[in-house]
Design a protein around this ligand. Structure first.
Ligand code: FES
Length: 112
C-alpha cells in the first residue's frame, strides 16, 4: 500500500503576481511550492502560458527562454528544449518537467 506523499504540492500553487510576469513576459521562481518554476507568457495571452521546471536535465543549470527561437536554451552546454519540455538538442536527454499554468485574480498559479 502506498502512503499519501507528505507535503508534496499537488494542487494549484500561487507562485507570483501577474504584474511581475507581465514586466518581462517571464517569471522565474527558484523556490516555489512545486520547486523551481519558470513561467513564460503574459496576461494578454493567458491561454498560451507555459511553465516548466527550468533545471536542465543534463547537469542542473537553469535554462533560459528564448522568445525568438521559441525554445529553452541551457547556458552551460547549449542543450535546447521545446516549449513542451521535449529535448531538441543534446547533451540533455530527458525532457524538462512541465506544469500547468493559469492566471487568476492578479496571481500566477502552477500545478504539477
Ligand atoms: Fe544544461 Fe549541460 S547543464 S546542457
Amino acid at each position: 500500500a502506498s502512503s499519501p506523499s507528505q507535503g508534496a504540492a499537488k494542487d494549484w500553487q500561487k507562485i507570483g503576481t501577474v504584474a511581475d510576469l507581465d514586466k518581462t513576459g517571464q517569471l522565474l521562481v527558484p523556490n516555489s511550492p512545486v520547486g523551481a518554476v519558470l513561467v513564460v507568457g503574459t496576461s494578454k495571452a493567458a491561454k498560451n502560458l507555459i511553465a516548466v521546471n527550468p533545471t536542465c536535465t543534463h547537469q542542473g543549470c537553469t535554462v533560459a527562454w528564448k522568445t525568438d527561437k521559441n525554445q529553452f536554451v541551457c547556458p552551460c552546454h547549449d542543450a535546447k528544449f521545446a516549449r513542451d519540455g521535449k529535448v531538441q538538442a543534446a547533451p540533455a536527454e530527458k525532457p524538462l518537467r512541465t506544469y500547468l499554468a493559469k492566471i487568476e485574480n492578479d496571481s500566477v498559479f502552477v500545478k504539477p
